[in-house]
Design a binder for this molecule. Structure first.
Ligand code: SF4
Ligand code: FES
Length: 236
């Protein structure tokens, strides 16, 4: 099939303002959008800039906006996109070049929630063991690949440089540790999240859940964090 890709272009070193450029290519309906972008770069315009690495929904580096909805280029089949596809960088973040955005503010917020296991007790001789049932409590959150599609789609988070809300991706990672039976930093995590820039910044708008390429129930997990905060306060 013949498809047209209308792609956002902007090179701050050479362009006064962004513009859209349309490329036409022959594609197999089962080609992925990422295959098309690669072919354009190899065969038509080597200056077209975008991130990619694994090509299989694992690294999270090719998050872009496709026909107005954030997603991974490697997970979108051409047959499901129509004959003309609008391709833009993730909204919200500053464009570095074409489809590449500055994810610095995203990772700053991610690091602010202490995304690692916190322990206080003496380490056991072998390992901190965990039952399958305990692991099941947070296993969906482990699927997060930090693609930033959720945070870019969140209406609360429209300017990550001026909005202090940590955003859904950071909250998913908080959930992952808050509900991990081996983590002993619950009190510190609750106080980090118990404010309008943490869990209470979420207004339950579901946009994050709608776009997550790993089908993580993001909004539901944020709701469970809120409940955990509430329960912790009741105990005091
Ligand atoms: Fe991407 Fe989903 Fe993780 Fe958000 S929660 S960063 S959309 S994988
Ligand atoms: Fe790695 Fe798409 S290229 S997730």
């Amino acid at each position: 099939m013949n498809i047209k890709l209308k792609i956002f272009r902007f090179d701050p070193n050479n362009d006064e303002r962004p513009y859209y450029q349309t490329f036409e290519i022959e594609a197999d309906p089962m080609d992925r959008l990422l295959d098309c972008l690669n072919r354009i770069r190899w065969e038509q315009d080597p200056t077209l800039s975008f991130r990619m690495s694994c090509g299989h929904g694992v690294c999270g580096s090719d998050g872009i906006r496709i026909n107005g909805i954030c997603g991974l280029a490697c997970q979108k089949l051409v047959k499901n996109l129509g004959e003309e596809v609008l391709i833009e960088p993730l909204p919200v973040f500053k464009v570095i070049k074409d489809l590449i955005v500055d994810l610095g503010p995203f990772f700053e917020k991610y690091h602010s929630i202490k995304p690692y296991l916190m322990t206080k007790s003496t380490p056991p001789e072998k390992e901190r063991s965990q039952s399958p049932e305990e692991q099941h409590l947070f296993e969906e959150a482990i699927r997060c690949i930090l693609c930033a599609c959720c945070t870019a789609s969140c209406p609360i988070n429209q300017n990550p440089e001026t909005t202090s809300y940590v955003g859904p991706a950071a909250l998913v990672r908080s959930f992952r540790y808050l509900f991990d039976s081996r983590d002993e930093g619950s009190e510190e995590r609750v106080s980090l999240l118990d404010n309008k820039d943490g869990a209470w910044g979420c207004q339950t708008l579901w946009k994050c859940t709608e776009v997550c390429p790993k089908e993580i129930p993001v909004t539901r997990e944020i709701g469970r964090i809120k409940r955990r905060i509430y329960e912790a306060k009741q105990k005091k």
